[in-house]
Design a protein around this ligand. Structure first.
Ligand code: 5CA
Length: 459
């Protein structure tokens, strides 16, 4: 993408209304725009990050055996009257009337609707187990929307729902999601710690919140330091196998949110292992048995092995997809701006032409841009006629993993500078060497690039 054709409204000044660093940086980097309290437009750069996060969430859900569907944002009130939550949900629910004066609502979550879908189609134990999910906008009329996309009113959530024949099955589904969550967050460069949590308006009796430790987090949390050393991506995960031992490992050390904190158990830990911190809740898993499928609620039934009707055991599992954009920035930034982990970066490379109009710079930068594109490497090419200082500041602010800098001195001999945004390390090298570094030469695309690189001419 050429920056001259892109829409990247960066701000030099720090917006006064933003209280935490991720909110400030998202506004300054031109990722979002506030439309009403807690309601944002996603501008092109922000949307790219949101989509990449969504895709990682989707891949890990699919790997864990969950099936994607898409339910609407607007729901009929009748469904919620069946479960009794229409009144219980209170002012957080945005209630709407259609032209026929029918009560509708903008969904804050989907337990009722997914139960109605399942009730409609599932007939017997052969239809179980099932894990269904969607990635859809939610609305909660929060009392205090704040911190940008962290606590919005309209926000993007991934929500999954499991249906099982009995408790053992439900526990296995819970474990699948538990492990999928650990993998999802780790892939985004986050250390998420599962903590025993309260169930709130969703209900049920088994629940974990997945918490990113950050000073600006809204929740007070307590955990054993040992948990920060666990590494899920180092484990081989087989979703067909019994996941209980792996879940047991991750729940073997003390970790609880404020509401579930057991001061005595925490005090029993050696002092150097006690972590009292603040955290951001990026995911929340619940097991609630037959709370929604039972006769007092949605009355979902299937015939069991013995021919008798059973109410499936359910759980629900949420990830704050839009909140994650802010959470990742809280975990990955410095004074100059964002430092995106490659897995969620809006572009992999920021190609900076320091002297637009200089024949050598234009030729070399143009050549690099074409070759990076041919290799499938997402590149933002700063081809603006701007001062070097402005270009560097914008690149640091938007935080792409790599900056590839073409200046008038080096361009004459085919030399460029490559800077790693996370480490700050810079090196001067030939354009060809830089390309080889940016594109994995063992990949198919890398091979293609090496072919193309052979013809690379110094400006
Ligand atoms: N139905 C269940 C699970 S699918 C549910 O709604 N759980 S939840 O209320 O805990 O929300 C799931 C996730 O959505 C939370 O862990 C959080 O990351 C995100 N979330 C909740 N409220 C907001 C909000 N106001 N703004 C941004 N993200 C939110």
């Amino acid at each position: 993408m050429r920056l001259t054709r892109y829409f990247l409204p960066t701000l030099k000044e720090t917006p006064a209304e933003a209280q935490i660093v991720s909110h400030r940086l998202m506004l300054r980097a031109g990722m979002v725009r506030l439309e009403a309290a807690g309601i944002y437009s996603w501008l092109p750069l922000g949307l790219r990050v949101l989509r990449r996060i969504e895709q990682i969430v989707r891949e890990e859900q699919d790997a864990a055996g969950a099936l994607e569907l898409l339910m609407p944002t607007i729901q009929p009130a009748e469904l919620w009257r069946e479960s009794g939550r229409y009144d219980d949900y209170g002012k957080e629910m945005l209630r709407i009337k259609d032209r026929h004066e029918r009560d509708m609502l903008y969904g804050p979550t989907n337990e009722e609707m997914v139960s109605a879908i399942f009730r409609n189609f599932a007939k017997s134990y052969r239809d179980l187990p099932k894990l269904l999910y969607h990635i859809q906008w939610k609305f909660r009329d929060e009392v205090r929307p704040r911190f940008g996309v962290m606590r919005g009113r309209e926000f993007l959530m991934k929500d999954s729902y499991s249906f099982d024949l009995d408790y053992a099955g439900a526990r296995a589904s819970y474990n699948r999601m538990f492990i999928a969550y650990l993998r999802t967050f780790a892939r985004m460069g986050l250390k998420a710690i599962p903590m025993v949590a309260d169930t709130g308006p969703i209900g049920g009796d088994l629940s974990h919140e997945f918490i990113i430790l950050a000073e600006t987090g809204e929740s007070a949390v307590y955990c054993d330091r040992g948990l920060t050393d666990f590494d899920i991506l180092g484990e081989s995960v087989d979703y067909e196998a019994n996941l209980q031992p792996l879940v047991d490992k991750w729940t073997s050390l003390y970790a609880a949110t404020d509401e579930k904190h057991d001061a005595a158990a925490f005090a029993a830990l050696p002092a150097e292992r006690r972590m009292e911190a603040r955290g951001i809740e990026v995911g929340h898993v619940f097991y609630f048995g037959t709370k929604y499928s039972g006769p007092e609620a949605m009355n979902v039934t299937v015939t069991g092995h013995d021919g008798k009707l059973v109410h499936p055991e359910m759980g629900s599992y949420g990830i704050g997809v839009s909140r994650l954009v802010g959470a990742i920035i809280e975990a990955h930034h410095d004074q100059a701006g964002i430092r995106w982990p490659a897995a969620v970066a809006p572009f992999q490379v920021g190609l900076v032409n320091l002297k637009v109009g200089d024949a050598a710079c234009d030729a070399l930068a143009g050549d690099l841009y074409a070759k990076l594109a041919a290799a499938g490497c997402d590149t933002l090419y700063d081809d603006r006629d701007e001062r070097a200082g402005v270009k560097f500041a914008d690149m640091d602010l938007i935080g792409l993993p790599w900056q590839l800098v073409v200046g008038p001195r080096g361009a004459k001999t085919g030399m460029v500078e490559l800077k790693n945004r996370a480490s700050g390390a810079r090196e001067e090298l030939t354009a060809e060497a830089a390309l080889n570094k940016l594109v994995d030469p063992t990949s198919q695309l890398g091979g293609l690039l090496q072919e193309l690189g052979k013809g690379l001419s110094p400006g």
